[in-house]
Design a protein around this ligand. Sequence first.
Ligand code: YSA
Length: 341
Amino acid sequence: MALDELQGEVDKVRLEWEEALASAGDPESLENLRVRFLGRKGKVSALMNRMKELEPHQRAEAGKLLNSLKQQVTDDLQKLQQALEREAAEQRFAQESYDLSLPGVWRPVGHVHPLTQVRLELEEIFLRLGFDVAAGPEVETEYYNFDALNIPAEHPARDEWDSFYVEGDLLLRTHTSPVQIREMRKRRPPVRIVCPGRCYRRENPDATHAQVFHQLELLWVEEGLTMAHLKWIIDEFVTAFFGADYEMRFAADYFPFTEPSAQVHIRPRSGGATGRHHAGWLEIGGAGMVDPKVLEEVEYNPEQYTGFAFGLGLERMAMLRWGIEDIRLFLQNDPRFLRQF
Ligand code: YSA
């Protein structure tokens, strides 16, 4: 076979290709064409096989001819395939239509639980006042929950905190005060911490008592602290949380781990005109000067340091803020209730 004969064959196949291409209008006929021309037994491959009939010095030239034919077929196939895909997509889009006036699907968005809102807000207030936030375990030992707080076994105060025991001397903590001990052991004065957390008591649940509730403990130990500092801190946070309309007072109380001890009461100054939910004094927590025995227990010198602490009920804070009348609502997870905050 001579080179010009091959050239003629190549031209013929090219012409055939161009005609065939013009009539291919869908993916299936395109695939058939590919097999017919580029497949193992296709027209281009058949011409390639005939290279061996040429004189060796003619093969380089023949290779160029055949490669340009193969390249043209490959490029044309790719272009046509892309054009067909584009056309199919356009047809699909033309058939789909959107009614922009249809109402959308309403997807409810969750939000932060009211008790968590209260906790975060209080943490923020106390962080601004220079306190750290600390945490302790919910399953406590009797030692931290009672003994280290000057409530030995048989002490009548243990009955006030009726407890859920887990096993042995392990119980679900009845208050956040054990975190005071754990943190004082870890730190040296000055100690300024708040510890929010869940507490558990064997109570008969009613509108103001739950078996699972939350407290926020505050502890400040340093040289020279007095009840006046305690009152100042409570005033600061009550104003920050409830607004300037609220005032606070102490009422005498007893806790084995503070001396003196007090209940903290608050009320709206305007006698209820702006306080929607109550007019009179309301207890929000317990407080006092840390008993020297507790300081000794954590090896702080009570001659050198004094401190004060208080424990707030977080549910109580939320109930006051939003006028919620039954504490049990916090535990029911009813979206109709939670949605309101
Ligand atoms: C006192 C002195 C300190 O130096 C430090 C902390 C304390 C508070 C003490 N540990 C304590 O637990 N006191 S308390 O039993 O009076 O509880 C404090 C607050 O927790 C209450 O005022 C109330 O708001 C909340 N609380 C107590 N039992 C509750 C409850 N909230 C809901 N359900 C219960 N069963």
